[in-house]
Design a protein around this ligand. Structure first.
Ligand code: NAG
Length: 341
């Protein structure tokens, strides 16, 4: 792991490399550009925590803010400040085993919280948090103990709150509850048992009510409000697809078949979307092909056509690809660092 002083050296080196990576590509629409991430910069998380599943930058461009395995949202304050605690659920401070880790995080996460989705509301500076166990939370720009906005809808408690995005014009918040049956800790059961009890939800800013937009969904995960704010992209981890939910008319339509199991979705800088992949799809021809590229992310254009892919070393999986000023910040559930390419 890099120390903080070497971190800044790497950053300088890295900016140099970026110029190469981001050089205009002459690829035609039919070619898919491949962007390897192995040589990117690594920003280590504090000792003992993993899982920057989601990343967000505040209205002043500070951050990233990341949700980690012990239930906290951390903020990166630059190499001189490092990571500080920004927000948490009230139980994090109230329950001793959350702050003095005595058990692996997967055994305590239902008690301490597990922030999986982060999205800022630019006008207010508030950060909305999709916490797998604690529900829909919100915290002001000073941080601290997050307010719980909702823990269920229509009398049905949330089970596995996951992806989130804010419509900056209406202040409405879109989020997913991945399953009514299985909590995050048992997420592999969703796939094994072909669970289709996930929901796409909306927290309406005006009424402060949660509304079910679509239920009976297979493993809905990441969400992103479209560039023109006419639809919301929803990633379904199984069956490896992205859908669009049209805000007018409520039509739910297949947008893309994906080459892996998607996690979070974010708008890119070109009218499309970055979709992070937890795992590539097994292909029948894999054995005969020898080692295949290890895919960790894809960029879709606005029509759902895959135009770029990200690859990484074996063992690396991504939960989010967040584009900022032409750079890609990479979050992962399992890793103890975040990446930057
Ligand atoms: C996705 O795959 C299905 C069949 O596997 C196909 O019918 C459909 O047209 C594909 N859709 C897109 C948007 O690629």
């Amino acid at each position: 792991m890099a120390s903080r002083s070497s971190t800044s050296t790497w950053l300088v080196l890295f900016v140099g490399l970026l110029a190469i990576f981001l050089a205009p590509s002459s690829a035609s629409a039919a070619e898919i550009k491949t962007n390897p991430t192995e040589h990117g910069f690594r920003l280590p998380l504090p000792n003992g925590v993993t899982g920057a599943e989601s990343l967000a930058f505040d209205t002043r461009g500070k951050g990233p803010y990341v949700g980690v395995s012990d239930g906290r949202v951390l903020r990166w304050g630059g190499s001189a400040v490092g990571w500080t605690t920004f927000a948490h659920h009230e139980d994090y401070r109230r329950i001793p085993l959350c702050t003095v880790p005595v058990a692996p995080s997967h055994e305590t996460e239902s008690i301490c919280g597990r922030p999986l989705g982060l999205a800022f509301h630019r006008q207010s500076g508030d950060l909305y948090i999709a916490d797998a166990y604690k529900g829909l939370l919100r915290i002001g720009s000073d941080g601290g103990e997050a307010d719980v906005l909702a823990t269920g809808v229509d009398g049905v408690p949330f089970r596995f709150v996951n992806g989130i995005d804010v419509d900056q014009a209406t202040s409405d918040v879109y989020f997913t509850d991945s399953s009514l049956t299985y909590p995050r800790r048992f997420n592999t059961e969703i796939m094994m048992n072909a669970d289709v009890t996930g929901r796409l939800l909306k927290y309406e800013a005006r009424t402060k009510q949660v509304i079910v937009l679509k239920d009976g969904l297979p493993y809905p995960n990441g969400v992103a409000v479209s560039h023109d704010r006419t639809y919301v992209v929803v990633a379904h981890t199984v069956p490896c697809q992205a859908h669009r939910y049209y805000l007018q008319g409520a039509k739910y339509e297949l947008m893309a078949n994906l080459s892996g199991y998607p996690d979070n979705v974010r708008r890119d800088g070109k009218g499309g979307y970055w979709v992070a992949l937890n795992q590539e799809k097994a292909r029948p021809d894999m054995a005969s092909m020898g080692p295949v590229k290890h895919l960790v992310g894809v960029r879709l254009d606005g029509n759902g056509v895959q135009v770029e892919e990200l690859t990484a070393a074996k063992g690396v999986t991504l939960s989010e690809v967040s584009e900022r000023s032409g750079r890609l910040w990479l979050g992962s559930v399992e890793l103890d660092y975040i990446g930057l390419v």
